[in-house]
Design a protein around this ligand. Structure first.
Ligand code: AMP
Length: 283
């Protein structure tokens, strides 16, 4: 695997690949890699000639300094994992290489997608995401980029970014990878205390129960039911639960025909914020 820390070097290497008509699959990450990341990389490998992974903990998408400072960093292990799945290129830039002196975000209009859910609770988060994804796309110029549905709102926002800026990259959303007990894999899981780690599968269990009740209870009743489950929980604190339209990400009050819905959740386990979501079936 080739490892580049400089934009100019990765660009030069990839321009040679492009001249040889090799297709480029790209998986942006913040490192502390797990099977969820590896599933995206394996998919990129299967569908492209060259797979590029970036590891960059993007400061402008963090609204919480402690979360940024304590974000897990496992570089040696990440490199070993990337080699084990035959990744071709790792791009591992410094903050200065990406932002120079000016660590700020561009301001984006994602047609309102940015104001829902994570956008309400993480100030400036999607401006940070838009800034880094656009920058990385400009450097790598991938044919296809792969994103997890774990961050479903981010996936929809990246699709909107590509549409608005007419970028020549295809965006693929991939399924959520889970631990055996159902907890969605996340780099932040490593920071959970033993108690919180044991409690955390409750999040997906509740989502699955909510999916069963969808169509029997209306959206408001279901939201209240989920809120009640967490009120009674000793270790987990609900930040939000909402049922939203997959396309607009707006909270629904009624179920319409020919629409796709998802339930979205954010929960604090101590200081660690966990998110998850589940596709709902219209009954
Ligand atoms: P991150 O390193 O958390 O920024 O994630 C990098 C990419 O991996 C994003 O597209 C995430 O949505 C995706 N990802 C993270 N966790 C999972 C998971 N459990 N299953 C599938 N994809 C994931």
């Amino acid at each position: 695997m080739k490892i580049f820390t400089r934009k100019s070097e990765v660009k030069e290497f990839l321009s040679i690949q492009k001249k040889s008509k090799n297709s480029i699959g790209f998986v942006p990450t913040m490192g502390a890699l797990h099977q969820g990341h590896l599933s995206l990389i394996k998919r990129a490998n299967k569908k492209n000639d060259i797979t590029v992974v970036s590891i960059f903990v993007n400061p402008t998408q963090f609204d919480n300094k402690e979360d940024l400072d304590k974000y897990p960093k496992t570089y040696r292990n990440d490199v070993a994992l990337l080699e084990s799945v035959n990744c071709d290129v790792l791009f591992f830039p410094s903050v200065e290489e990406i932002y120079a002196e000016n660590i700020t975000s561009e301001k984006f209009d994602f047609d309102g997608l940015e104001h829902q859910m994570e956008g309400k609770f993480r100030d400036g988060h999607f401006n940070g995401v838009g800034t880094i994804v656009k920058t990385l796309f400009e450097i790598i110029e991938p044919d296809t980029a792969y994103f997890g549905k774990k961050d479903f709102q981010q996936l929809q926002i990246v699709k909107k970014l590509v549409e608005k800026y007419k970028l020549l990259v295809k965006i693929k959303g991939r399924p959520i990878f889970r631990e055996e007990d159902g907890l969605a894999m996340s780099s932040r899981n490593a920071r959970l205390t033993k108690e919180h780690r044991e409690a955390a599968p409750f999040i997906y269990k509740t989502l699955k129960k909510a999916r069963k009740k969808f169509g029997i209870k209306n959206a408001k009743e279901l939201t209240e039911w989920v809120e009640k489950q967490f009120e009674e929980h000793p270790f987990l604190e609900l930040e939000y639960f909402t049922i939203a339209d997959e396309k607009t990400l707006q909270t629904i009050t009624e179920v319409g025909a020919n629409k796709k819905y998802r339930a979205f959740i954010a929960v604090f386990a101590g200081d660690i914020r966990l998110i998850d979501n589940i596709r709902l079936k219209n009954n």
